[in-house]
Design a protein around this ligand. Structure first.
Ligand code: AMP
Length: 246
């Protein structure tokens, strides 16, 4: 069991940080430092986006960071694209370097949700000293448990908003207007790596390179499994309980 580290969590039902901070009001203590772990399509991003808002901490998603770098045509993006298009993992040193810069940003001092990082034992081993340098420590690793058939269904039908990153599904969560984001009116697209062949490869890569992290974090008493199938709100409530336990 991980010991309590003397930093109160956000009490459940508390309004998000964005809704607080009136004159004379003490800022909320929101030092939630968690990682979301699970196969592609498990719902990590959907939950991280909502909970980051609720908890008032940044969602730090390496997949989003890398896609932004690709879109901007930076050297990092050019290097990452070769791997991403094939559904392979970007090398550890590249991703860890990007994560180091990101965690040093002032907003991450309040806490964070790591979404899709770490994805290898090497990344997990790099993360610990990186956080230590910043006087931080991971408090829970939430594992999203979803059956493979469901992952395939979700990923191949997924459509993502280019503008705000919101996720839809052609069958189970279609947008009101075809190809248009309900939230912001942005254009929906299918990620290049959500095609059937690449999805199958990404799942194999997950099994080989990322699944060993389950034992790694279980051995460190940080792993908090949640059932990743069912209603989004039910899963969210389970994640909150898991983080409270962590
Ligand atoms: P995601 O959006 O999390 O599914 O990530 C999309 C792609 O970005 C992955 O298939 C990898 O190519 C790359 N990627 C994202 N996060 C990582 C990571 N932690 N380590 C290596 N590659 C990553």
């Amino acid at each position: 069991m991980s010991e309590h580290r003397g930093t109160p969590r956000v009490p459940r039902g508390m309004p998000s940080a964005g809704g607080l901070g009136g004159p004379g009001e003490a800022p909320p203590v929101t030092r939630i430092r968690v990682a979301f772990l699970g196969p592609p399509g498990a719902g990590k991003g959907t939950q991280a986006r909502e909970l980051a808002r609720e908890w008032g901490v940044p969602q730090i998603a390496t997949g989003d960071m890398l896609r932004d770098a690709v879109a901007a045509g930076t050297p990092l993006g050019r290097e990452a694209k070769r791997y991403m298009d094939q559904g392979a993992l970007v090398p550890d040193d590249v991703v860890v370097g990007a994560m180091k810069d990101r965690l040093a940003q002032p907003d991450a001092a309040r806490g964070f949700i790591l979404d899709g990082f770490p994805r290898t034992i090497g990344q997990a081993e790099a993360l610990t000293p990186l956080l230590k340098e910043l006087g931080q420590e991971l408090e829970a690793v939430v594992y999203f448990d979803v059956a493979e058939r469901e992952l395939l269904r979700r990923l191949t039908g997924r459509r993502v908003c280019r503008q705000c990153g919101a996720s839809f599904h052609v069958a189970s969560a279609p947008p009101t207007r075809d190809g248009v984001c309900d939230r912001c009116g942005g254009e929906l697209y299918q990620r290049e790596d959500d095609g059937e062949a690449t999805v199958a490869h990404r799942l194999r890569v997950y099994a080989r390179q990322t699944a060993p992290l389950l034992d790694y974090y279980r051995a460190r008493a940080l792993l908090q499994p949640v059932a990743g199938e069912g209603a989004v709100d039910t899963i969210r409530a389970e994640i909150c309980q898991a983080v409270e336990r962590g």
